[in-house]
Each structure stands twice: as C-alpha cells, then as structure tokens.
Design a protein around this ligand. Structure first.
Ligand code: ATP
Ligand code: MG
Length: 602
C-alpha cells in the first residue's frame, strides 16, 4: 500500500486552466443550477439588441431612401425597442447575476473551508509554496464568484462580435478584415496599464517618502517634536520634491502610452474610412449598406477590445483562482483516499511514537529528533521540558495538525497518518496553549467544543464544571448568555485566566475522547486550582472504558508528579521516561528540576 506522501506525488502542479475553469463552472451549477442558467441566458440576451442596432439603422436607411413609410416606422420602433430592451435586460440580468454571485460565494466559501479543514496535514513539509497556494486561495475565494460573470461577459462579447462580423460579411466578406485593424488598439490598451504600473512602481519609494513626510508634518503623534524642532517648512519642501521625483516617471510613461494609443486608433480609423470608401465607391453599394458598415464598424473595435480584455481578465486572476481550487479538490481527494484506516472505538494498548522527527514547514531546524515512546492506554502522561523543548509540537503531532517529517505514530497498530484526520479529531478533546478567544455568547464559546451539542445547555454546564470555570460564569452579567468581547454590543471582556478557563471548558465538551490533550491549559491559574483540576481529569481518564489517554503539559512539578508516566524533553530530544519515583531515583534532569522547584516553594 502506498503511503499518503506517495499518493500525493504528482499533485504539486496546478491542474490545467480550461478544465479547472470548467470544474468551477460545474461547481456553480451544482449549487445554483436555476440561478446560474438564468444569469447566463439573460446576460446573452442583453448582449443581442446592442449588436443588432446596426441592422435597424440599415433598415431605417433603406426605408428613408426608398420612401417606404412602413419600413421607416418598423425600423424606428425596432431601434426604440432595442434600446429599451438593452437597458431592461441589462438591469434584470445584473440583478439576477448579483443574486447568483451572492449565493454562489457562500457555497464556494464553505466548499473551500471544508476542503481546507480536511487538509489537516501538510504532507509536503519542504514545500512552502504549497502553503502559499492555500493562503492565496483563502484570499481569493471571496472573488472567485466574479469568474462566472467574467465567463458570461466573455461569451456575451463574442456573441456581439459574431453578430457584428456577420452583418459586415453580409455586405462583403472582406469587411471582416476590419476586425484585424482593431487589434492594435487592443494591444495598446492591454499593454498600457502594465507600463503605467511599472512606472508607478519605480516611483513608489519616492511616493512613500512623500506620504511619510506628509503624515509626519500633519498628524498628532509627531506634532510635538515637529514644532519643537521647527522642521515644519523643511518637511513641506522635501515632500514636494519627493512627490515630483515619484511623479516624473509616471508622467513620461503616460505621455508615451497615450502616443501609442493615438497611433493605434489612427490605424483603425484609417481602415474604417477605407472600408466605407470601399463599400460606397468601389463596390457601389446603396446608402443603406454604407449605413450598416458605418454603424457596425464603429462598434467593432469596442467589441474586439472588450472581448480581448475580458479574456485577459479571465486568464489572469480567475484562471489562477480556479486552478488553485481544482488543485485543492484533487489534493483533498487524494488525502482522503490515503486515509484508509478507520479510527478505533477504543485504544487497547496505546499510542506509539516510532522514531518520530519533525521540523516545521518551511524550516530546517529539527524540533523533535528521533523520538520513540509509548503512551499506554488509560494512562495520564505528563510532558515536561524547558521552553522550546518541543512539548507543544508533540501535542500538535498527536492532534494531526502536522505530519511527522520522518517516523510514524501508531494508535495500537494502526498508523495515525492513515486515519481520516477529521474522524481522529472528533475523538480528540482538550485545550491548546495558544487557544483562541472565540468572541460569542459564553454558552457558544464553550459549546463549540462539541458542535453537535452547541445548544445543549446541560452539556455546556457539565463542561464548565469539569473545567472548574463556574466562578467565571458567576461573575458575568448575564451568565451563560453574556456576549464575550468588548467590541460587541453589550460585550464583556474577561481576564486572560478567565479566557483560559473557558477554553478549557470548551476542551471538555466531548464526553468520550480517546485522547485528551492539555497543553498548559492552567498556566494562568494558581498551583492549587491546577492540582485540583488535574486530580479530577486523571481520575476520569483512569476510569474510562475506551482506554483514554490524557496528555498533560505543565511546568508545575507538583502536578506533574501525579502522572502515570512522565516524559522529559530537552532540546528536541527525548531524554527520559518514567514515573516520578523512577525518575527521581535515576537522579537525572527531572530530579534536578524537581529539586529546584521544590526548594523555591519551601
Ligand atoms: N509554527 C511554528 N513554526 C516554526 N517553528 C515553530 C512553530 N511553533 C514552534 N516552533 C519552534 O519549535 C520549537 C518547539 O516549540 P514548542 O512550542 O513545541 O515548545 P514547547 O516545549 O511547547 O515550549 P513552551 O514551554 O514555551 O510552550 C521552538 O523552538 C519553536 O521556535
Ligand atoms: Mg508549549
């Protein structure tokens, strides 16, 4: 059987653009089929009347020349209806599109969030670009919905272009060539922003300086010193010269690009006039045909420009975003396929680290070095070590936030890496050192620990009891219904220690975890409270029928000494394992540290 890493090989590259965009389209259709169809059809319908204006003009011309009042009236009505329909369809289509976009954005966001959550382990540790890819997608997901509009718009512009070319071809096939002469305008208008952006960038430093001087001269914090030093005038003159220096390259770039733009339009203009002369003088066509060429030709360059521009837009940002999304889908699917071992219902022997080494993604420093260790089923294991020894890292590996760089972790005999991460996490409880302050109502801040029982007051109260956090709730103005976070209406701020207790309560929401991790969850509490709490969850672990393992990280030896097994880490290596008595008898690092702390308390 392949390892997960093996299966993910070949998934480094982003999938091809067209298929990714097609997948994104299908994704939108799956979530909002009706709205998407309507948005598409309406956007195309809105494109038509605009392109048909030339036809009505031709008919009107014919009616006038041949003195056919019915034709004149008919085509005039056609013109009016066309103009109204363009406006109406555009308005309706914009509304429908907006609705579609709003809905599809929500769907896409949750899709991406789900996928990202399922990629818990970044198998490619040495590949920071994969992390970047995920981060970029997270930023892009809010704008991915624009892609649909961009696709619709592109098709709409192509439709207009096709209608216009067909009208021109109906006069003479050679007139289609007029589109070619519109290309220089397209080329210049795509090239122009890039040149101007580059110029802007080259002047960026001077502009930043100018801005800095301006804020220095005008804002309150530096105000005192600016006045005392008397440098106000100097700041103003320097700002002026910095601004001029920054603006010079931009101004010259704008002049140059404007020159090219004018030339490009001159080329199209010449061809346009040429086409009219060709139709009227060379081919000797009637006035109505000349009118058609006049109207259709005038729109041609705008249509060509818009089509090319929209395609460029699609190719840039949206293509990139959809490729990232398609990649994420493939990656998550491959990970899921690799997770072929079920999460056990109970642990019978224990969790075993087999020569586990680890370095954080994008770094080369080994944070855990060749750690082999067994955490026996039903035991309470304490991890001790100095700051930075790797204690939290070990906990994070257990929680599958990361995958070991080498070596494996086994739950009984099943490799942890092969278990679906979400399933494993569902059997995990506890609190992390860097817990998050969820600013919700207290009951939800705690209830989140087991989202399925978010609204279960009894479960929430039980968890609060387990964490010994009742006193926090009692002090809050509305008890469990208090909004946390001072920036929310009626919100209360609580102290760091109180936040920590709430995080701990959240960690105790699950009733039957296989693994309970407590990474210094009580650091802000006094030693006595920590001791009392610890006695309680140690008893719970020992009594559990599922072989629950409790992993506790603490710097307090009074607590640590009660654990069944104590793991001593030092500078990324495992230096000792044993019970308190064994470690004391051995007289190693543990005994030394214990003695120091015991002395301090005497
Ligand atoms: N996300 C990260 N990226 C890179 N390096 C990290 C990251 N988190 C921790 N480290 C590094 O890994 C090493 C071990 O960190 P860890 O958090 O496991 O230590 P610890 O034993 O829990 O320390 P403490 O007692 O301070 O909580 C440290 O040197 C730290 O700089
Ligand atoms: Mg830590």
């Amino acid at each position: 059987m392949d390892s997960p890493q093996k299966r993910l090989e070949g998934l480094d590259e982003l999938p091809p653009a067209l298929s990714s965009m097609w997948r994104l389209c299908r994704l939108g259709y799956r979530h909002e089929p009706r709205l998407m169809l309507w948005a598409f059809v309406l956007s195309q319908l809105a494109a038509l009347p605009d392109a048909l204006l030339a036809l009505w003009l031709m008919l009107l011309g014919r009616g006038v020349i041949e003195s056919r009042p019915w034709l004149v009236t008919g085509s005039a009505i056609g013109l009016g209806v066309s103009a109204t329909a363009t406006w109406l369809l555009q308005t309706v289509s914009t509304r429908v599109q907006r609705r579609f976009r709003d809905k599809v954005t929500i769907a896409l966001e949750s899709h991406v969030a789900r996928l990202q959550a399922s990629i818990v382990t970044i198998a490619h540790h040495e590949r920071p670009e994969i992390l970047d890819r995920l981060a970029m997608l997270r930023d892009q997901v809010f704008v991915l919905d624009h892609m649909y509009m961009s696709v619709f718009a592109t098709v709409g512009w192509i439709l207009r272009l096709a209608v216009t070319l067909a009208l021109l071809a109906s006069v003479h096939v050679a007139l289609v060539l007029l589109a070619v002469f519109a290309l220089p305008t397209v080329w210049v208008s795509t090239w122009r922003p890039a040149v101007e952006r580059a110029a802007l960038q080259s002047g960026a430093q001077a502009n930043r300086l100018a801005r800095h001087l301006f804020t220095t001269a005008t804002t309150a914090p530096p105000g005192k010193e600016v006045r005392v030093l008397g440098i106000g005038d100097k700041l103003v003159t320097e700002r002026r010269s910095a601004w001029e220096m920054g603006f010079a390259p931009i101004a010259s770039a704008r002049w140059a690009t404007a020159g090219w733009q004018a030339l490009a339009w001159a080329i199209f203009g010449t061809a346009y006039v040429g086409a009219i002369v060709f139709v009227s003088a060379v081919l000797g066509r009637p006035a109505e045909s000349v009118l058609l060429v006049l109207a259709a030709g005038a729109r041609l360059s705008a249509y060509v420009g818009a089509t090319v521009g929209e395609i460029g837009f699609l190719r840039g940002f949206w293509m990139d975003g959809s490729r990232r999304l398609a990649w994420l889908e493939d990656y998550a699917a491959a990970l899921e396929a690799a997770a072929d071992a079920p999460v056990p219902d109970a642990i019978t022997r224990g969790i075993r680290f087999d020569r586990v080494s680890f370095a954080y993604p994008g770094t080369s420093r080994t944070v855990l070095d060749d750690v082999s260790l067994t955490l026996p089923a039903g035991s309470v294991v304490a991890i001790v070590g100095e700051n930075g020894a790797g204690k939290s890292t070990l906990v994070k590996l257990l929680a599958r936030m990361y995958e070991p760089t080498s070596g494996s972790i086994f739950v009984d005999d099943r490799p942890l890496a092969r278990m679906p991460a979400a399933g494993w996490r569902a059997r995990l409880a506890g609190a992390f050192q860097d817990f998050y302050r969820f600013e919700f109502q207290v009951r939800h801040t705690v209830g989140l620990g087991d989202v399925t029982r978010l609204h279960d007051s009894i479960a929430v109260e039980t968890a609060i009891g387990r964490a010994g956090a009742e006193d926090v709730i009692l002090k809050l103005p509305s008890g469990l219904d208090t909004q946390l976070g001072p920036t929310w209406p009626g919100g209360s701020e609580v102290s760091f220690g109180q936040w920590q207790k709430l995080a701990l309560a959240r960690g105790f929401m699950r009733d039957t975890p296989l693994l309970l991790v407590l990474d210094e969850p009580t650091a802000a509490l006094d030693a006595e409270t920590e001791h009392a709490l610890f006695t309680r969850y140690a008893a719970a672990a020992r009594n559990s029928s599922s072989g629950r393992i409790t992993v506790l990280v603490s710097h307090r030896f009074s607590t640590v000494r009660m654990a069944d097994l104590i793991v001593v880490l030092d500078g990324s290596r495992l230096v000792d394992v044993g019970t308190h008595d064994e470690l004391m008898a051995r007289g190693g690092q543990y005994a030394e540290l214990y003695a120091i702390q015991a002395k301090a308390y005497q």
